[in-house]
Design a protein around this ligand. Structure first.
Ligand code: CMC
Length: 431
């Protein structure tokens, strides 16, 4: 954060207040209003944080007008094309691309932590079979603090490191177990001879009764989906993790809070909602009807997988995923998949529609990911758990950054109170 010596002036009730301005390394300047209430006795009002920087960070940068997403300065399309998920995890966590030795050490540490405590299997069995895997994940990840209490002391840097590795390593195992449990199949233990993505596919799709060989092209596509979802600066779930953590809560509890937030259809739940929408539309001739509904202010229907709070030009993750969808479906011999046809036609029609042009609504990361995941064999209920396991590294990196920040304070927004002022209690017989 650079103090530019620039200030903004606020005139209020005959007084003038100087507000310092900070210049970021990229992006718009930021007004420092931290002393505003103490000096001027007023709050700022910004529901939804549309104009508020809640923290400073060096991890991820988004330029929504240009469609740019950088992790530690590296563009997402380069990372998706040339790197792989665990290398991106290292980059997000530690700030630099690893050397070959650092990467090998990191991959070994993650791989050695992929199993979950055996007693956790009993914990899973407490859930109803038909529970949504996200419901199970919120519970199981929250319960990690009961199984791994030797890494819950956030004041100890070593315990923080162990917690971070445990979360990144065990989330795929937990997501796969939630899936296996929901379909009544036995849990599959992680395999250390497989890479991160291949191991996840194996835990989801293999059964003890027969051999299962992970297709390396599908593993690569899976890895790319993980990479594209790894972090996205101060989105709702990440801000939830930061806020939960600001009270000093342990990292497992904070990530469970992040998973709960991600589940909503306006956030990570949009990938499930988008595929369900594409199925409901069913054929290209029904697209105009759904577009009209999306534009109708009296209809709560929205085009799922469209629009973004920050991106107002293009979501660079969606571009990579669109190409990936073509590749994966061709590999699987289902390139004439009707859902892909509906998705492409819907995208084109919406992008040429004045309503979507005027409101700057573009396909987001959730628009094409579901098509790929379904073609790989995942049910829609697993789409958001896959988002959650991919985003865990982002939550953990932001959490680590925040805990290490000496300016860290408990998050405590204020409000514009519009309720009753003081009034006297009325006994029940007199109401
Ligand atoms: N379909 C139709 N209209 C839309 C859509 C949409 N998908 N998204 C926004 N609008 C309209 C909205 O009605 C509003 O119109 P008006 O100004 O006339 O009231 C205008 O565009 C601005 O929308 P907003 O809700 O004020 O914008 P926001 O920044 O608060 O919301 C959003 C962003 C992503 C929640 C929203 O675009 C949306 O609900 N999209 C569908 C759900 C979705 O795909 N979510 C995934 C987001 S990306 C991945 C992630 O974050 O997990």
């Amino acid at each position: 954060m650079t103090d530019t010596q620039k200030t903004a002036q606020l005139s209020l009730n005959g007084e003038t207040y100087e507000l310092p301005i900070f210049s970021p390394t990229a992006g718009p300047d930021v007004l420092d209003i931290r002393k505003l209430y103490a000096q001027a006795g007023v709050f700022t009002y910004d529901p939804g944080f549309t104009s508020t920087a809640s923290c400073d960070s060096t991890i991820t940068y988004i330029d929504g007008n240009e469609g740019i997403l950088l992790h530690r300065g590296y563009p997402i399309d380069q990372l998706a094309g040339k790197s792989h998920y665990l290398e991106v995890c290292y980059l997000l966590l530690y700030g630099e691309l690893p050397t070959a030795t650092q990467l090998e050490d990191f991959e070994t540490r993650v791989t050695r932590h992929t199993m979950v405590h055996e007693q956790m299997h009993n914990f899973f069995r407490g859930f109803r079979r038909d529970a949504h895997p996200m419901a199970t994940m919120v519970g199981v990840v929250g319960a990690m603090s009961a199984f791994y209490h030797d890494s819950t002391d956030i004041a100890d840097p070593w315990q923080r490191e162990v917690a971070a590795i445990r979360l990144i390593a065990k989330l795929p195992t937990i997501a796969a177990m939630a899936y296996k449990y929901s379909i009544g199949q036995p849990f599959v233990y992680p395999r250390n001879d497989l890479d991160y993505a291949a191991n996840f596919l194996n835990m989801c799709f293999s059964v003890p009764a027969e051999d299962y060989v992970v297709d390396p092209i599908l593993a690569r596509a899976m890895d790319r989906i993980f990479t594209l979802h790894a972090d996205h600066e101060q989105n709702a779930s990440t801000s939830t993790v930061r806020l939960a953590s600001s009270s000093g809560a342990n990292p497992f509890a904070c990530v469970a809070a992040g998973i709960a937030c991600l589940w909503g259809p306006a956030h990570g739940g949009a990938n499930q909602a988008c595929l369900e929408m594409l199925k409901e539309i069913g054929s290209v001739d029904r697209i105009p009807e759904y577009l009209e509904r999306a534009k109708d202010k009296n209809d709560p229907f929205r085009l799922m997988g469209f629009g973004h709070r920050v991106y107002k030009n293009t979501d660079p993750r969606a571009k990579v995923l669109k190409q990936s969808a073509d590749e994966v479906l061709e590999l699987l011999g289902v390139e004439d998949n009707p859902l892909l046809q509906v998705a492409k036609e819907l995208e084109q029609t919406a992008l040429n529609d004045p309503y979507f042009i005027e409101k700057k609504l573009f396909p987001n990361v959730d628009f094409y990911s579901g098509i790929i995941l379904e073609a790989m064999g995942f049910p829609t209920s697993m789409f958001t758990p896959i988002f959650a396991l991919s985003r865990t590294v982002g939550w953990v990196s932001q959490w680590k950054e925040m805990i290490g920040d000496p300016q860290n304070k408990i998050g405590r927004p204020r409000q514009l109170y519009l309720g009753e002022t003081t009034r006297d209690y009325v006994d029940i017989e007199n109401r």
